[in-house]
Design a protein around this ligand. Structure first.
Ligand code: ADP
Ligand code: ASP
Ligand code: MG
Length: 413
């Protein structure tokens, strides 16, 4: 069913898959198995278990405001531990292998510490090692700038390393090994009735990833779409076929497009409301221009103009950007003559995604009614042709996901 490329395969293993020595040995077996099937194998690994979280809390024991440069220096060590241990495990089983950090693997990024973008990959070193018949183990989540500074790609960024390498090396496909059997109709750890999806289009996966389904890093999916990299999301702990993410238009047999494919939620959201802005051209551009200049991604936006003629704007951002956003707003108080702003971290975003909804009216009304019937208040709404998102109270998020999953007929029969 899938187009053949060169016989390179990229396999990515997340934190839970390499959480201890035994698991690392099992990953070594999986990599060796692929090698024995005559593939050139590149393995990308994350930091072991909760290492990244532990390093972050360690830093916060030292200072409340660590410089992002030093955070990247610290966090990149997690992946370096994993690559060395996995290379040792593969070598111990009698196979040639070499571990490479992000910079050794030629991963060049921009200089946005803690959320760097991959600019290019110099694949010379990896190809040389593959030509020497070695399994190549690359540290996920990290790269280097043109000025030799170590950067990281944002939480969950090892997926992006893997997909970018698969694209650069023109790999046959990119396998994302994780702690669930694939991409489900909702987080299977929240909705036990969720079903594994066998094939997903890039567009649907993009919407799911951007609305909180952390099983794949958003930028990894963007990269896969742009470079036509076929993804196979599957479990580290069994051999069951997982979820293929690909250009579904290229498939020979056509799939039916369900109204709603999945439900996702994101609690990593903060709502900021800015009150008393002048209602005249250019004000919103200034406000959001300052956010963009500080590299803060704004998600949902709602504007209301009251009877006084002044405008209020509410927007959502990620929790980790809050301190920076507060600084920006303090600076803007005078510049934009805004009255005041309020910060509300107790919100979550719940979304339904499905390619079929663009040709079916009434999906939004059904979603709002379902939430309303459960007494869940909708504070903000945003839509794309194949997604509807609502901002609600954070403590209602899991309930909302469950009722929507059932309402749209996604529960396992
Ligand atoms: P890894 O460490 O392997 O990168 P992650 O924790 O980043 O793994 O992603 C896997 C997790 O994503 C799962 O354990 C699951 O709880 C969560 N998840 C959220 N939404 C979904 C979904 N729709 N399908 C599958 N997993 C999901
Ligand atoms: N170790 C990093 C994180 O925990 C990157 C990743 O796991 O993909 O976010
Ligand atoms: Mg992940």
């Amino acid at each position: 069913m899938f187009r053949k490329r060169r016989n390179i395969i990229v396999m990515k293993f997340g934190g839970t898959s390499v959480a201890d020595a035994d698991k690392i040995k099992k990953v070594a077996d999986k990599a060796i198995n692929k090698k024995l099937q005559n593939f050139d194998v590149v393995v990308v690994v994350s930091a072991m278990g909760d290492t990244t979280d532990e390093l972050i809390s360690l830093a916060h024991k030292i200072t409340r405001n660590p410089l992002r440069r030093e955070m990247d220096m610290l966090l990149s060590t997690g992946e370096q531990v994993s690559i060395a241990l996995l290379a040792m495990a593969i070598q111990d089983k009698g196979y040639d292998c070499i571990s490479l950090t992000g910079w050794q693997a030629g991963i060049l990024t921009d200089d946005v510490y803690s959320n760097a973008k991959i600019l290019s990959i110099n694949k010379e070193r990896i190809l040389r090692e593959l030509n020497n018949n070695k399994i190549v183990v690359v540290a996920g989540f990290q790269g280097v700038t043109a000025g030799d500074e170590i950067t990281t790609l944002g939480r969950g960024g090892s997926d992006t390393t893997a997909v970018a390498l698969a694209g650069a090396l023109d790999a046959e496909y990119c396998e994302i090994y994780t702690d669930v059997d694939g991409v489900f109709s909702a987080d299977p750890n929240v909705v036990p009735e969720a079903r594994k999806i066998s094939i997903l289009s890039y567009e649907e996966m993009l919407e799911l990833a951007s609305s909180g389904a952390k099983v794949l890093h958003l930028r990894a999916v963007e990269f896969a779409k742009k470079n036509d990299v076929i993804l196979h999301v599957r479990s580290s702990f069994n051999d069951i076929e997982g979820t293929w993410v690909m250009d579904t238009n290229k498939m020979e047999e056509k799939m039916e497009t369900p109204l709603v494919t999945g439900v996702s939620y994101d609690t990593n959201q903060v709502k900021i409301s800015v009150f008393g802005l002048e209602d005249k051209p250019g004000i919103a551009a200034k406000l959001f221009g300052e956010f963009a200049g500080a590299n803060i991604n704004v998600d949902l936006i709602v504007q209301n103009v009251g009877e006084s003629g002044l405008a209020d704007i509410s927007l959502t951002i990620k929790e980790e950007d809050l301190a920076l956003a507060e600084k920006v707003l303090e600076r803007l108080k005078d510049k934009l003559k805004l009255e005041r702003f309020e910060v509300d971290p107790g919100v979550a975003k719940v979304s339904i995604v499905g390619a079929g909804m663009q040709s079916h009216p009434g999906v939004a009304a059904k979603m709002f009614r379902c939430l309303g019937d459960q007494g869940i208040n909708i504070e903000m709404i945003s839509t794309s042709p194949i997604r509807i998102s609502c901002v609600i109270r954070e403590d209602k998020a899991k309930k909302a996901v469950k009722v929507l999953h059932s309402e749209f007929g996604l529960d396992k029969s």
